[in-house]
Design a protein around this ligand. Structure first.
Ligand SMILES: Cc1cc2nc3c(=O)[nH]c(=O)nc-3n(C[C@H](O)[C@H](O)[C@H](O)COP(=O)(O)OP(=O)(O)OC[C@H]3O[C@@H](n4cnc5c(N)ncnc54)[C@H](O)[C@@H]3O)c2cc1C
Length: 423
């Protein structure tokens, strides 16, 4: 009987366990999770804090008890894995116990990056990654009436936190050392438009301005910013980014860049050890480099692929590309592809009103798209871009063209998206 061990039970760990059980009804699947929650969806944490979904809504696959029974798992909740002894094919638990395995999956995800700021105890700041981060912020908001908040990190997570604080009537400063919002996903014109819209909602933007240090005051903090300004707030939320959880492994045994480097089958550099989800770098299709793609569906595909290969059923996941689909403050922002790539810029629609699309075409091929205010066209565009990146040639299907035209794109614009400029 094969002994499969999974470290971490989030999206990637769950899909791997499910696939292993489908392929090997008799194998022993031991799951080690550092907490006792069922696998949860971190992207729903801000909805829980804002009260839009109940606590149970965070768990898309049901309770831990039901999952354990359904997949017949050897479940070890609240059991942190301290290290992997790859050459010995063993893991070592925090308790010191050694456990041997035949096939190992590392699915440890990522943690909020919590740099030290002078005068701010990391325990006193708030973050938004884990369920415990969400519970802590929700309880704090229920227990105290905050008036002024500082959210650091103009990211997709940061904007969601800003939105929920603003909705509670808390005056919120949104700061980032980057000079514009969503610098890694949006084109500059789109960043400017989003900044204008959120400023109109009462958010104070402090872009090009990093938190440098904080001084405790009677009811909060006096924050010194890198542009020389200072802000008084009673709540600080740090959404500065995430770091892959890789410390369980020895980089001399398993290749780690910013995360565990994996091939198309999710195998790491060490035999019988796989990695999936936010703790790994799989293939990024556009650059053909390995890269962390911190997205839910990506973690699900990678977990499924790893699970299949662990049971000896060959499976490959070609890779993914950078994309964001997010809704906040009555607007949709969608960004596909590397926004640093330059080329012929195409636009459609009015940036201030209704559907607006900005696309970049390089060598007659679409390399990136931003969409404002229409998520309905995102699937058609994403599928098209995926095909372009995989096969270097693609056409938008007649059905998807129909959707794009119905939503307001002109046929001539669609032809140009396909790289045909003779229209
Ligand atoms: C606020 C927020 C918004 C997001 N929005 C989106 C979005 O709009 N769209 C999208 O696609 N994605 C979004 N994401 C990203 C998405 O949630 C992640 O990509 C996905 O959940 C990653 O799953 P995972 O299984 O790799 O990691 P995780 O869900 O982090 O699971 C890893 C698990 O491993 C456990 N673990 C770690 N170390 C150990 C150890 N040593 N021993 C035992 N257990 C361990 C952790 O406790 C954790 O439970 C968002 C994330 C956040 C936080």
């Amino acid at each position: 009987m094969t002994h499969y061990v999974i470290i971490g039970f989030g999206c990637a760990g769950y899909y791997a366990a499910k696939t292993i059980r489908n392929n090997d009804p008799n194998g022993l699947i031991s799951v080690y999770s550092e907490h006792s929650y069922a696998p949860y969806n971190p992207m729903l944490t801000t909805y829980y804090v804002s009260g839009k979904i109940p606590f149970e809504g965070l768990f898309p696959f049901g309770s831990l008890e039901d999952i354990t029974k359904e997949l017949n798992l050897d479940m070890h909740a609240e059991c942190t894995v301290d290290k992997i002894l790859a050459d010995e094919k063993e893991i070592v638990l925090k308790t010191g116990e050694h456990v041997s395995y035949d096939k190992l999956l590392i699915a440890t995800g990522a943690s909020a990056f919590a740099p030290r700021f002078e005068g701010l105890d990391p325990q006193d700041a708030f973050y938004m990654r884990t369920i415990d981060d969400a519970i802590k912020l929700r309880e704090a908001l229920e227990q105290r009436t905050y008036k002024n908040a500082l959210v650091v990190g103009a990211s997709m997570v940061g904007i969601k936190v800003v939105e929920l604080l603003n909705n509670r009537g808390i005056h919120t400063v949104f700061a980032d050392m980057a000079t514009r919002i969503f610098p890694l996903a949006a084109y500059p014109e789109i960043s400017t438009e989003i900044e204008e819209r959120i400023s109109k909602k009462g958010i104070q933007l402090a872009l090009g301005s990093a938190l440098q240090k904080a001084e405790k005051t009677e009811d909060g903090y006096h924050c010194y910013m890198s542009d020389g300004s200072a802000i008084d707030v009673d709540l600080i939320v740090l959404c500065i980014g995430t770091r892959a959880n890789t410390k369980v492994a020895n980089p001399e045994e398993i290749k780690i860049n910013r995360a565990f480097v994996v091939d198309h089958g999710m195998a790491t550099s060490h035999p019988d050890i796989f990695a999936a989800g936010d703790c790994c770098e799989g293939t990024e299709l556009q650059s053909q480099n390995t890269m962390i793609i911190g997205l839910w569906a990506n973690a699900a595909h990678q977990g499924t692929t790893a699970g299949a290969n662990m049971t000896g059923k060959p499976a490959e996941f070609d890779g993914n590309f950078l994309h964001n689909i997010t809704h906040f403050m009555d607007m949709d922002f969608i960004g596909f592809g590397d926004n640093r790539l330059t080329g012929e810029v195409l636009t459609s629609g009015n940036i201030h009103d209704g559907l607006y699309v900005q696309a970049v075409i390089k060598d007659h091929q679409l390399v990136g798209v931003n969409i404002l205010d229409n998520y309905r066209i995102s699937v058609a565009i994403k599928n098209f871009l995926y095909q372009v990146m995989e096969k270097h040639t693609a056409e938008i299907s007649p059905m998807q063209k129909g959707i794009l035209i119905k939503e307001g794109l002109k046929p001539s614009f669609i032809e140009k998206l396909e790289g045909n400029f003779n229209v």
